[in-house]
Design a protein around this ligand. Structure first.
Ligand code: FMN
Length: 199
């Protein structure tokens, strides 16, 4: 059975919700799925002052975990048009894995969130995908089988590069059904690819 890791960082819970949907999709494809998050690097006082969601139940990942999965799907919100530093700091510890080629041929994917529609979803997804390619991973995005990414009837995240959600400037908008469907779809597609390559 293929093993899939959904690895995320979330300050306010939007990416946490998307991670659960990605995991649901991967499980539906028949993979064994774990959800883990990366450590918070902001000082406690800063995290509390900024009202970070500090009660997230997912266990904290170690860099060594990455080697134990056939697919790693990374979710992290936008910071100034690229991935948040908490995730970058985690991935920057993967030099040893990179040097050994330990992640070559594993399947990877990315999902994200921004406050605004044009606040950098695609650039953030590519900032994640760039790292996945450096690790030698096979990147799977979100194909147009998730037709909901094409709708003009509602504001929605989702693109060929990965699932996404839009939170609003005050974070009050939660992932919509269409965005969660996209997240499930991408999780399923990545798990199916991992099963074909490694299962
Ligand atoms: C320092 C900082 C920079 C941000 N930069 C952007 C940005 O460039 N574009 C944007 O649309 N949202 C930006 N945001 C909003 C976050 O992307 C948004 O709060 C996050 O993706 C929500 O996901 P989460 O609830 O999982 O943390 C920024 C937020 C912070 C705290």
């Amino acid at each position: 059975m293929a093993k899939v890791l959904v690895l995320y960082y979330s300050s306010y819970g939007h990416i946490e919700t998307m991670a659960k949907a990605v995991a649901e999709g991967a499980r539906a494809a028949g993979a064994q799925v774990d959800i883990k998050r990366v450590p918070e690097t902001a000082p406690d006082a800063v995290a509390k002052a900024a009202h970070f969601k500090l009660d997230q139940e997912a266990p904290i990942a170690t860099i060594a975990d990455l080697e134990n999965y056939d697919a790693v799907i990374i979710g992290v919100g936008t910071r100034f048009g690229r991935l948040a530093s908490q995730m970058a700091a985690f991935l920057d510890q993967a030099g040893g894995l990179w040097a050994r080629g330990a992640l070559h041929g594993k399947v990877g994917g990315a999902f994200t969130a921004t406050a605004t529609q044009h606040g950098g979803q695609e650039t953030t997804l590519f900032s994640i995908i760039t790292s996945l390619l450096h690790f030698g991973m096979v990147v799977v995005g979100m194909d147009y089988g998730h037709a909901g990414q094409m709708t003009l009837d509602e504001v929605t995240g989702g693109s060929p590069y990965g699932a996404s959600t839009i939170t609003g400037g005050d974070g009050s908008r939660q992932p919509t059904e269409n965005e969660l469907t996209g997240a499930r779809y991408q999780g399923q597609k990545i798990a199916e690819t991992a099963i074909k390559l490694h299962g």
